[in-house]
Design a protein around this ligand. Structure first.
Ligand SMILES: [Zn+2]
Length: 135
């Protein structure tokens, strides 16, 4: 849309110029969804900057429970924030921050259940860890 000369505002907070970096996660609405579990999984340095977030996820590697949960949570947030943005753009009902936090939590639980890791697998404690970071 930008390449066609159309500047669109953020549907979530009203910011005049919606960009990727704004939506993920400089937007106060989007950051409110991302921040809680992200602070536990990525560390206290978590912030709204896209580059920092992507680099942090890459540096965490792919082996541990927290890095796996962080990447799944990142995906869930990207998907649900983008869906909310499109829903509002097309005049569908709006979800609040609390509703989206519940939806991301449900998406995470469903994903973790679907993985069916046995308890002795190195990722077998994912659901317990997810409960720890969302309490
Ligand atoms: Zn915004």
């Amino acid at each position: 849309m930008r390449q066609w000369g159309m500047i669109q505002g953020c549907e979530l907070c009203g910011e005049r110029d919606e960009t990727r970096d704004h939506l993920f996660f400089a937007c106060p609405f989007a950051y409110s969804i991302w921040e809680g579990p992200a602070r536990w999984l990525l560390g206290n340095g978590v912030n709204p900057d896209w580059q920092w977030t992507v680099q942090k996820l890459q540096r965490m590697g792919t082996k541990g429970i927290d890095s796996c949960l962080a990447r799944l949570y990142f995906q869930a947030c990207i998907y649900l924030i983008w869906r909310e943005r499109n829903s509002r753009r097309h005049h569908q009902p709006r979800n609040s921050v609390v509703q989206l936090q519940r939806l991301t939590d449900k998406a995470m639980r469903n994903k973790i259940y679907s993985l069916k890791y046995p308890t002795d697998h190195r990722l077998g404690g994912m659901l317990r860890r997810w409960f720890e970071v969302t309490m």
